[in-house]
Design a protein. Structure first.
Length: 406
């Protein structure tokens, strides 16, 4: 028969092993994080002479998950900075923190080099022979519980990332349907488009829409923001534009209706810059509206450059557009029209200098460049952008749309 001290120690170890087994079974049973915190609380109170306890866990910020026995609740207490980097068991008297003087010991939960949690314990009999064993058990119990919870967090984040990746794939597919499958390439009319998304999903849009045998619309647009929301918003915008164009060729009415649609859908939280132009092959006229977009460059057969700036403010900023100025150009027989989004002009060099509109105007001021085929023009400009940015990354989508009428 064991003597009393040994019997006591044996019984205590038995309780500790049963407690650890219960916690391990709960983890294997895939209990929720809240349930694991409750089991931790119950196990500590039932198996240790711990009269006061606070468990702080780091999850982007430090927060108290378990607290009992203290005169003041610590559930909404901000953890002092002095504790954040502690990696070894310490006595609370080593710290000068009034709110934590009820505790005697601090037990960190460390995984590799990262502090995951901090356990504050009080009401311990520090002269008791079981004191050291009790601390070791509490440290083991805390480690098992917190690491299990951390693994749950990591698994959840991985699932969230996978779900987001699938959302991006869907949005990317949606975005591809925004762009026309084929652009005209005849002796009279040639078009070329280049789209280089900054991320998997961008917020740029371009289109070519025949209206009748003589008229067609070309447009380019950019929604504020990126990602899934931007792609879906632009998809809705494209559908609205095509529906409106079937109802009326009046560009002013179309822009007013588009502004209403964007305002209704985004509630003023997002806006769209838009350039739309209708060209008539028979009348040789170009009607356009620029809604806060980068002004396209029109190069006439004479070599004259015209910035197409007439229009209105961005779409979706106000319930009603305060003004709409319609641009109207006649006598256009031979010309080149170059449209783009701000990702082109705002491409930044290593010195922080933007590529700028002037670089585009300088390129198109050379007659030999204007006469190049459209795909070569786009390649030239992409090379120029790559050279300009140097080691910098692109920070926005790059969209270029060119139209040549001969």
């Amino acid at each position: 028969m064991l003597d009393l001290p040994l019997q006591h120690k044996f019984d205590r170890k038995n309780l500790e092993l049963n407690a650890l087994l219960e916690v391990t079974q709960s983890i294997n049973a895939n209990k929720t994080e809240d349930e694991l915190y409750k089991i931790f609380n119950f196990t500590v109170r039932a198996n240790l002479q711990v009269k006061k306890l606070a468990l702080f866990v780091f999850d982007e910020i430090w927060s108290c998950k378990v607290n009992y026995g203290t005169t003041k609740s610590l559930n909404k207490c901000k953890l002092p900075l002095i504790f954040h980097k502690e990696t070894g068991i310490r006595r609370i008297v080593d710290f000068n923190e009034p709110e934590f003087t009820e505790f005697e010991m601090l037990i960190p939960v460390v995984h590799k080099t990262e502090v995951l949690a901090l356990v504050f314990v009080g009401g311990l009999e520090t002269h008791n022979l079981d004191f050291e064993d009790g601390l070791k058990f509490l440290q083991a119990l805390s480690n098992i519980t917190i690491v299990a919870i951390e693994n749950k967090k990591l698994a959840r984040k991985q699932l969230e990332r996978e779900a987001y990746r699938k959302e991006l794939e869907i949005a990317s597919d949606v975005q591809q349907f925004l762009f026309p499958e084929k652009l005209p390439n005849t002796e009279r009319l040639k078009m070329e488009a280049s789209y280089l998304p900054h991320d998997m999903v961008g917020g740029d849009y371009y289109d070519f829409i025949p209206i009748n045998k003589n008229q067609f619309l070309i447009c380019v647009a950019d929604v504020s923001g990126k990602g899934v929301a931007a792609a879906l918003m632009m998809s809705n915008f494209q559908a609205s534009l095509r529906t409106l164009l079937r109802q009326t060729p009046n560009l002013r009415e179309i822009v007013e209706a588009l502004n209403f649609q964007v305002m209704e859908n985004a509630k003023g939280e997002k806006f769209i810059t838009f350039f739309g132009a209708i060209y008539d092959l028979e009348l040789k006229t170009l009607v356009y509206i620029n809604a806060g977009h980068n002004p396209p460059i029109l190069i006439k057969s004479s070599g004259e450059q015209v910035l197409l700036e007439e229009g209105c403010i961005v779409l979706g900023a106000l319930p009603e557009l305060p003004f709409i100025n319609e641009g109207f150009i006649t006598g256009l027989n031979d010309f080149l029209l170059f449209c783009y989004t701000d990702g082109v002009t705002e491409t930044s060099s290593e010195n922080g200098e933007d590529f700028g509109q002037e670089s585009l105007l300088k390129y198109f001021s050379k007659k030999e460049n204007v006469l190049k085929n459209l795909s070569t023009i786009h390649q030239d400009l992409i090379v120029a952008l790559d050279t300009h940015k140097g080691r910098n990354a692109y920070h926005d989508d790059i969209t270029m749309l060119s139209c040549r009428v001969s």
